[in-house]
Design a protein around this ligand. Structure first.
Ligand code: ATP
Ligand code: MG
Length: 392
């Protein structure tokens, strides 16, 4: 008898030729997410993944494992021998251990992918149901709406668990192309990156800073946000660019009300070049309509004009409070609210244009040598690979 974390994969995993690649990739993600815990054996049995864990770690382990993309359920699982006695003893132990004292309705479920097993699923479920009824006075059957599910799963081994624990779902990473996340130090962009990644999109990050006008702490903060994302994304390509000269030139030459939007257009031009170099298919930003004065349809369309590739804005219709909630869930929020500012807030004008017209912006930009400003900014490019162990 031993305790395992059981994992079943999302539907997509069960289809097609890439199934094993997905399973292996996701398996690595799970083990990475659990690397702080003492783990035993890990293996796949008929399409389900199992890893041996210490029982006391379950609450924390389940919290972590639920956050890996591409899973459907996780299970606190007891592995036992396949004979009926061992199964019944295991069920007894599982229910006693779960410490359910009050009255509960339950239903027994059996599944066997080992078709040679002497009992079929119906027979096995009936046996287990009868056993529970006999041994636990506080358990009553309800096959329509049970409060507790008692599962027996016969594969190469026999696995027992109560209840399926839902996960964040999503699609396995890497199934949806690669996007470059424009990562500020704020609350929104890390959440946007997470949302996009949940649809299987691999994420690289670019952060624009204004060192020495902004501090090294601000850069470090953005890197730590990327590191939090790497928990879900695996190793992340992280690019950092100094935008100070561009801000200075905009400040000197252009009307202040357009500073933010012109700077954003520079970010997109630079991002476009990075996309070309590093095989990126699109961009992600944390904009939400109406959240700040500059996040209007008109601004968005003027920003889009500066980029060849599509810009995805997965938070576009979200309330700030829901974004904050998500940020807390993925553990980026506490870092986001640290007080080290990125470049944008320093150079933000008192009253930005809320409905900029592209023709006005283009006229302002004629005062700048766009190509050489972009080229100089690109010369400051730093590229690091960030993962859970490594920030630089
Ligand atoms: P966030 O909370 O993500 O900073 P925000 O509400 O502050 O967003 P803006 O400052 O208008 O919104 O920025 C909109 C988006 O532009 C950000 O979500 C981010 O994707 C991108 N962005 C802004 N500043 C930077 C930066 N310094 N480096 C990289 N991307 C940035
Ligand atoms: Mg911001």
């Amino acid at each position: 008898m031993r305790w395992l974390l059981g994992v079943s994969f999302g539907e997509l995993m069960l289809k097609g030729k890439n199934r094993n690649t997905f399973i292996n990739q996701t398996r690595r993600q799970i083990l990475k997410a659990l690397e702080d815990f003492q783990l035993g054996d890990n293996f796949v049995d008929s399409g389900k993944f199992f890893v041996e864990v210490n029982k006391d770690d379950f609450p924390e382990i389940i919290k972590k494992a639920r956050m890996v993309f591409g899973l459907s359920y996780v299970y606190k699982t007891l592995q036992v021998e396949k004979d009926l006695d061992s199964i019944e003893n295991g069920i007894k132990y599982l229910i006693e251990e779960s410490n359910i004292k009050e009255e509960k309705t339950f239903k027994a479920f059996a599944n066997r992918s080992d078709k040679k097993y002497p009992l079929n699923s119906m027979e096995l479920a009936a046996k287990v149901g009868g056993f529970v009824l006999k041994n636990f006075e506080n358990f009553k059957v309800d096959i329509k709406n049970p409060q507790v599910e008692v599962h027996v799963d016969i594969r190469k081994n026999a696995y027992l668990y109560l209840d399926k624990i839902p996960t964040i779902g999503g699609l396995p990473l890497g199934t949806g192309g690669k996007a470059l996340l424009l990562l500020s130090g704020g609350i929104d962009s890390p959440v946007a990156g997470f949302e996009m990644a949940s649809r299987g999109v691999e994420i690289a990050c670019v952060h624009f800073h204004s060192y020495p006008f902004t501090s090294e702490r601000a850069q470090y903060k953005a890197k730590r946000l990327a590191q939090k994302l790497s928990l879900y994304l695996g190793q992340i390509d992280y690019y950092q660019i100094n935008l100070l000269n561009i801000y200075t030139a905009i400040n000197k030459n252009c009307r202040p009300r357009y500073t933010t939007i012109i700077a954003r257009r520079f970010m997109m031009r630079i991002a476009d070049i990075l996309a070309d170099r590093y095989r990126i298919d699109g961009f992600v930003t944390g904009e939400a309509l109406g959240q700040v004065a500059s996040q209007t349809i008109q601004s968005i369309s003027v920003v889009n004009d500066a980029s060849k590739l599509p810009i995805f804005r997965p938070l576009i219709n979200m309330d700030k409070k829901d974004i904050i909630e998500k940020g807390k869930m993925i553990d980026t929020y506490d870092i986001s609210i640290e007080p080290f500012d990125d470049c944008c807030s320093f150079f933000a004008p008192d009253s930005p244009a809320t409905k900029p017209r592209l023709s006005d912006i283009l006229k302002e930009e004629e005062k700048l040598d766009i190509d050489s400003l972009v080229e100089d900014a690109l010369a400051t490019l730093e590229h690091v690979k960030i993962d859970i162990d490594n920030l630089d």
